[in-house]
Structures are given as C-alpha cells and as structure tokens.
Design a protein around this ligand. Structure first.
Ligand code: SAM
Length: 223
C-alpha cells in the first residue's frame, strides 16, 4: 500500500532540513533517558546522524523520552573511541570536546558553521582522557550554580542549538535537501516512507525503487 500523501509531505519537509555536517559523539553515556534526550535534540535540530561509542558489546537502549526519534536519526555505533575519532576526522569534522577543566574555552568563542562534532562524556566521569587528548578544541558552558555540571543531554542541546543559531544567522541551514547527497536523500526518503519494504530490499541486496511525486513506488519497466 502507498504512503498517504500528507505523511509523505511531512517526511519530505523534515528530510529537506536534515544536515550531515553537524553531529554529536557520545562516550559512555549509559542512562537510557539521557541517550534518548540527546537523540530527540538531534532530531529536533535537523541532525542526520549521531555517533555513539559502544565498547564491550554494550547495547544502547532508548526509552520513551526519545519519542521515536531513534527512527529518524541515523545511529553510528563505533566499537572504540579511536575508531570513532579517526572516522569523524576522516570525514572532515572538527571535534569539540566538552570538559570542565581549566584549559577549556567558553563554547561561545567558536564558529560552528563548518563540519562540527560535539563530543559528550559520561554522566559520572565526563570525557575520558584519551578522548580529551584527541579533540581539536575543549569547550565548556559557563555555569554559576552550586552544582558542578549540567545533565549531559542539556549540555548537548545548548551546544547543538548554538550551532543552529550561528548557521541560521548565516543562511547556512538546509531547507531543500541540500544537507544530504542526492543518493542519501533518495535512500532515506524510501526508508522513512516504507521502512518494512526497505528492510526487505536491504536484506536481498537490491537497490531501492524510486518514488514518484506523490510517494508512490515507480514500477520497474523491464526492457
Ligand atoms: N564529573 C564530570 C566531569 O567532570 O566532566 C561531569 C560529567 S557531566 C554530568 C556529563 C557530561 O555532560 C560531560 O562529560 C559533558 O559532556 C556534559 N556537560 C555537563 N556540564 C557541562 C558544561 N558546563 N559544559 C560543557 N559540557 C558539559
């Protein structure tokens, strides 16, 4: 059965604003509600994919806080911190590690309009020393309260939406799908519109069919 036209329009509107050049890398955050809240922020901000470090066969779980956002934000699970960092750097991301130490800089001093990845640490221990030594810049959100730190998902939201604010002020936010490659756009449009069918196609190694203007699947014409 075809997707309803209204649903297809909504999916396209969301996908049109997705961007690949803003992301987060989350290390060892293991409380489901925090992971869920971070993903929900990513979805709300138009982030196409988020990165998690999943060492020792940990399985990331999400709870109702995610509100289904895990379906709309692609998750890259990295087996080690080193593979995560090297992959993101290879893709051209500048890594901003969040640390509360004295050598960290106020997050408002940087320009986040280029390829930006915010690196967030665990609830209890913060970012590991290994990751701190690998990031390009260390940043913090200034606070004046009695408590030493923010909740990790709150910190993620503040940083991500600062990047969005900066990009908006420079007219750099995508609105017509330009935040993704055409192939990625088409594939994601199919996956979001027909998730079960997409999974069948992936399993059989076949390319997804194209969709017409109304979201109906184009018939393959055999020559
Ligand atoms: N004791 C830990 C430390 O010293 O980093 C506190 C960890 S904090 C609860 C969890 C994560 O939230 C941090 O690793 C960081 O990613 C983020 N975070 C919390 N407060 C922050 C702030 N003021 N500035 C930047 N990031 C912050």
């Amino acid at each position: 059965m075809s997707i309803l036209p209204r649903r297809f329009e909504r999916i396209k509107n969301v996908l049109n604003c997705r961007m690949k050049n803003l992301t987060v890398l989350v290390e060892a955050v293991n409380k489901p509600h925090n992971l869920s809240a971070i993903l929900r922020t990513c979805d709300a901000a138009g982030i196409f994919e988020a990165n998690f470090i999943c060492e020792k066969d940990e399985v990331k779980t999400y709870n109702s806080t995610a509100q289904g956002s895990q379906k709309w934000v692609k998750l890259n699970n990295h087996e080690t911190k080193f593979s995560a960092v090297s992959e993101l750097k290879k893709k051209g991301f500048k890594l901003y590690g969040t640390t509360l130490n004295a050598s960290s800089t106020d997050y408002r001093h940087f320009d986040y309009s280029g390829n930006t990845c915010f690196v967030l640490g665990a609830e209890k221990w913060g970012l590991s020393d290994e990751l701190i030594s690998k990031v390009d810049e260390s940043i913090f959100i200034p606070m004046t309260g009695m408590v030493q730190s923010l909740n990790v998902s709150v910190a993620a939201s503040i940083l991500v939406f600062e990047a969005i604010r900066q990009r908006q002020s420079k007219n750099l936010l995508p609105f017509n799908g330009e935040g993704l490659s055409p192939k990625e756009y088409q594939n994601t449009l199919f996956e979001w519109s027909y998730p079960e069918l997409a999974s069948i196609y992936r399993k059989s190694g076949r390319e997804y069919p194209t969709l017409n203007h109304y979201g109906e699947i184009n018939k393959v014409v055999n020559s």
